[in-house]
Write a protein of this length. Structure first.
Length: 213
C-alpha cells in the first residue's frame, strides 16, 4: 500500500525514526513503501531528511532490529480499487494535501506566532528578545560538538549567541539548549531556524523553548 505522506511528515516533525530512537524494520517498511525518488524537501522536509538518513542503512536493512508492523500505521487507508484507479491516473504520491500540510505548518509555527505578532506591531525602536532554542539531533551517535559549532557559525547583524548546555531527552540522546539575543527588527527566528535545519547531517529540528522580550 502507498504511504500516507502527510501522516508520516507530522510524525517525523517530532521523531527521528518511525519507531523508537534507532533505525529499525519499521523504518525499512516505510522506506520501501515510498517511491525510489527522494521525497520533495520543500513539501515534506522532515520526510526528506529521514529518507536520506535511512537510505544510508540500506546495506544493513536485513539486520536492523524490530518489527515492520509499526510501519503499517503510515499506510494509506484508501480501498484497493481506489488505489488502483489512482495508479492508473498516474497521481503523484508526493502531491500536497493542503489541509493536512497547513495543520502541520501551524503546529510548527505555533511557538513563534507571538513573536511575529509582536514584531509586526513593534514601534521603531531597538527592541531585543532573549530566546532559548532547543536543537534536536538525529540520534545518540550525532556529534554534538560539531552540531553546536555549526549552529554558532551562523552570523547575523543583530544576533548574539550566548550560553549553551546539553539536556538529556532519553535513551542516551541529548539536545542542545542554547540562548541567544536578537534585535527584533533585524533577525527573523523563522529564517534562523531554517538556516539551522540546513545542517541536516546533525540537526533533526529546532524549537523555541522560551522567549523574553
Amino acid at each position: 500500500m502507498p504511504i500516507d505522506l502527510s501522516k508520516l511528515e507530522a510524525h517525523l516533525l517530532t521523531s527521528s525514526y518511525v519507531e523508537g530512537y534507532t533505525a529499525s524494520q519499521a523504518d525499512v517498511a516505510v522506506f520501501t513503501g515510498l517511491s525510489a525518488a527522494t521525497p520533495d524537501a520543500v513539501t515534506y522536509p522532515n520526510i526528506a531528511r529521514w529518507y536520506k538518513h535511512i537510505k544510508s542503512y540500506q546495506a544493513e536493512f536485513k539486520t536492523l532490529p524490530g518489527s515492520s508492523n509499526a510501519g503499517k500505521a503510515f499506510e494509506s487507508a484508501a480501498p484497493a480499487k481506489e488505489a488502483a484507479a489512482e495508479e492508473d491516473e498516474d497521481i503523484d504520491l508526493f502531491g500536497e494535501d493542503e489541509e493536512e500540510d497547513a495543520e502541520a505548518e501551524r503546529l510548527k509555527a505555533e511557538r513563534v506566532a507571538a513573536y511575529n505578532a509582536k514584531k509586526a506591531n513593534k514601534p521603531k525602536t531597538i527592541a531585543k528578545s532573549v530566546v532559548t532554542l532547543d536543537v534536536k539531533p538525529w540520534d545518540d551517535e550525532t556529534d554534538m560538538k560539531a552540531l553546536e559549532e555549526s549552529v554558532r557559525s551562523i552570523e547575523k547583524d543583530g544576533l548574539v549567541w550566548g550560553a549553551s548546555k546539553l539536556v538529556p531527552v532519553g535513551f542516551g540522546i541529548k539536545k542542545l539548549q542554547i540562548t541567544l539575543v536578537v534585535e527584533d527588527e533585524k533577525v527573523s527566528l523563522d529564517e534562523l531556524q531554517e538556516q539551522i535545519a540546513e545542517f541536516e547531517d546533525y540537526v533533526q529540528s529546532s524549537d523555541v523553548a522560551a522567549m523574553q522580550t
